[in-house]
Design a protein around this ligand. Sequence first.
Ligand code: NAD
Ligand code: MG
Length: 386
Amino acid sequence: MKQLAILGSTGSIGVSTLEIVAAHPDKFRIIALSAGKNLELFARQIRQFRPKLAAVADRTDIPRLKELLAGQDLEITGGVEGLCAVATADGVQMVVAAIVGAAGLMPTAAAIRAGRDVALANKETLVTAGHLFMELVARHRVKLHPVDSEHSAVFQSLEGHRNEDIARIILTASGGPFRETSLERLQQVTVADALNHPNWSMGRKITIDSASMMNKGLEVIEARWLFNVPPEKISVNIHPQSIIHSMVEYLDGCVIAQLGTPDMKAPIAYALSYPERVSTGVKPLDLTELSALTFFKPDLDRFPCLGLAYHAMAAGESMPAVMNAANEIAVEAFLDNRIAFLQIPQVIEQTMNRHQAHPLTSIEAVLEADRWGRETARTLCVKGAR
Ligand code: NAD
Ligand code: MG
């Protein structure tokens, strides 16, 4: 029986994780949960899974959650300390890090420091503070299992192989809803167009990141840290069918890929149960039903965010944290209809241009760079308003 805590249980990854837990009550037990704003769903999850501890991101939501859970026997807390308490609760063996954005950093770091294994969905953690997190993981000898489907595919394709034999990691990308949209048309696309992802159902922020291809940029940086591979050995292929979830090419020319129906329950379950496999209800893959698997090079003119991410990774130090912060602010502004879709990369690039990269030696310093990136991007979003 593996005892779990979930950070971000009401999100897309959190809900899928709980579906797997519900399907395997003999294998997984929920000890602690945390959530942001959706208190009604959170209260329903708590009634169903009966954690000992629950935390809401905003402490002012504690009374309302207590009201919704009247008669329920558990401790309710909140704020960053509350999220860290969930991540380090007694008896928790593995923490599912499924908060979106840089808000996931502190509780994920707390989990590792307390010796908990981590199933990592929150890619922003490794993007902003990859070297610090990988050091923490090594120092505390915890396991870090990727949840992101591409990284789960690479993790699976690496099993039984040596890292020094890797020639290249090839991350696949669906290309999102605008894969074939012209630059001219991209100037007018709406929030609804951008949220209409062809293959994956995900939270709003990552869905916009997929439309801009910043998601793939973040994933390249995530792969760089997770697998300790230099940036020049990580490439991206557009693969519209999202059947091959990523590949590893070895020195001898052999390529190992992982395939499956696109459903996050598969990589989540593998992160939870590794090295075992458990049933997930994911539709089995029937390759004869597919007419073709196709692959293209990404178009950096239409999707400048991918180039910005490679640039931030090359600059290193505080630059990826600043890029990530600017992206979070620009995506929020786009979702609020304050800036146009193509202004997302402009806000990020201008923020990065104003930043002098400097070394980051603590999570606090990462959060400081994050704050600087947010403030700078915010002023640019106001200036860039349509
Ligand atoms: P989501 O928006 O659906 O859910 C986010 C969760 O975090 C919710 O429970 C929300 O209440 C909580 N949250 C939001 N802001 C918070 C804050 N400031 N403090 C504390 N809690 C907060 O997001 P998601 O799509 O589930 O993605 C979660 C993470 O997983 C992201 O980092 C994303 O990039 C990554 N990821 C998601 C998918 C996917 O299919 N959804 C795939 C790969 C990776
Ligand atoms: Mg992914």
